[in-house]
Design a protein around this ligand. Structure first.
Ligand code: NAI
Length: 396
């Protein structure tokens, strides 16, 4: 198989991700086929893309002719996609971005395989399902690969390329090369729970909630500490409200169960109750913060001693997770740092941050936490201990 600018790219699912991925592929010069099972979904996707491009033209960032050509390259299927997959027969690459459900995705891949050429690459944008379990539904499983984009796909450059156990290495390498051609930042991630970003970022949320639960500080103060001392663009609670507490909780639960209940990823009751209450964040007008008209934002209590304690505790957990991901070969150190800066806009790569602070200091923070709590949650990665012992740094 070969993926080139002539490859016709199929995208299935015209929701948030699929419509964004279709835009990225069309912007890179591909002809694109986009369909959805829901009536009206492709119409909405086309209208949205039209508005997005119009804004870019108005701002002088895109030439009108280029915008027209871009949208003209997308072949929107107006008929809901149910049983007739023939529009995808010409595609050399098909990326599925449908609902996150194993049965639905397996069923879709089976139907798709019946129409596409034998060497068509089948990619999944799944966030939480093992690529292996999707490939296992296929007659030619070697051609399946994970291509995990971030939301919004046209803006966030990161794509986690996820080969699976039985995947053809050429499928992964040509998908990786194609993502480069699309001006994306591809990283290679193992077919493991949460891949890189959704695994390494867990403590940003989990440890922040734990600090809240213990009464160390309130949400506004924790958010302030992370933006003030860590220079994160958003604090953990603001970010969870933005992502949606239901979505964030689902990712946490999925990583926890897929990791066979490793206590490091344990979800919190606080987050469960937020979801139970329907306090999902911005989209429901209420989350950790109140977004309803007239609501007043609580003020942070800007005590530097508390702020630094919060920042150091969350950062130590994040660095530990990144170091452990290196140990467990989830990805290379370079790709782990790229993933966190390009996929979730961290101000620095966590491993570069560890170098800056010094692995011994990070280990000290973790050991104090583990001593105090006696919980496995705070156990330091064996690689962090080894680095301290051998006086090593990352990227040296
Ligand atoms: P969404 O709900 O916005 O869109 C999914 C679309 O798929 C809907 O329009 C739905 O009608 C359609 N669909 C469902 N079943 C279908 C089927 N059998 N055939 C054709 N179309 C079907 O969901 P979203 O957020 O775009 O997520 C899609 C995928 O991308 C999921 O696997 C999700 O885990 C993954 N993902 C989501 C991210 C996010 O931040 N929203 C980030 C990265 C990956």
């Amino acid at each position: 198989m070969s993926l080139s600018s002539d490859t016709i790219v199929g995208v299935i699912g015209a929701g948030a991700m699929g419509s964004g991925i279709a835009q990225v592929a069309a912007a890179a010069g591909h002809r694109v086929v986009l369909a959805d099972a829901r009536t009206g979904a492709t119409e909405a996707a086309r209208a949205n893309l039209g508005l997005t491009l119009e804004k870019l033209v108005e701002k002088g960032k895109l030439d009108r002719n280029d915008a027209d050509r871009l949208i003209g390259r997308v072949d929107y299927q107006w008929e809901p996609l149910r049983t007739d997959f023939s529009a995808y027969a010409r595609c050399g690459l098909v990326i599925e971005a449908i609902v996150e459900d194993l049965d639905a995705k397996q069923d879709l891949l089976r139907r798709l395989e019946a129409v596409v050429a034998r060497d068509t690459v089948l990619a999944t944008n799944t966030s939480s399902l093992p690529v292996a379990s999707l490939a296992s539904a296929c007659a030619v499983p070697e051609r399946v690969v994970g291509l995990h984009f971030f939301n919004p796909a046209p803006i966030l450059p990161l794509v986690e390329v996820v080969p699976w156990l039985g995947g053809d290495p050429i499928v992964a390498s040509s998908s990786y090369a194609l993502m480069r051609e699309w001006k994306k930042t591809p990283v290679l991630a193992s077919d493991s729970p949460g891949f890189i970003v959704n695994r390494v970022a867990r403590p940003f949320y989990g440890e922040a909630i734990r600090l809240l639960e213990e009464g160390v500080a309130d949400i506004a103060t924790i958010d302030w500490a992370m933006t003030e001392y860590g220079k994160f663009r958003m604090g953990p609670f603001e970010l969870m409200d933005f992502i949606g507490n239901d979505v964030n909780f689902a990712v946490t639960r999925s990583v926890f169960t897929s990791m066979f209940y490793d206590p490091r990823y344990k979800p919190s009751l606080t987050q469960a109750r937020m979801v139970d209450a329907g306090f999902l964040g911005r989209k429901t007008g209420r989350g950790y913060y109140d977004y309803r008209a007239g609501a007043v934002r609580p003020a942070a209590k800007k005590d530097p001693a508390v702020g630094l304690l919060i920042f150091e505790r969350i950062l130590a957990m994040l660095i530990n997770e990144a170091v452990d991901a290196v140990l467990m070969r989830v990805a290379s150190p370079e790709d782990i740092d790229l993933a966190m800066t390009k996929g979730v806009n961290y101000p620095k790569g966590l491993l570069a941050w560890a170098n800056e602070i010094g692995p011994a200091r990070v280990l000290g923070w973790l050991e104090r936490l583990q001593q105090e709590y006696g919980e496995d949650r705070y156990r330091a990665s064996p690689l962090l201990r080894r680095m301290v012992r051998d006086e090593q740094r990352f990227f040296a």
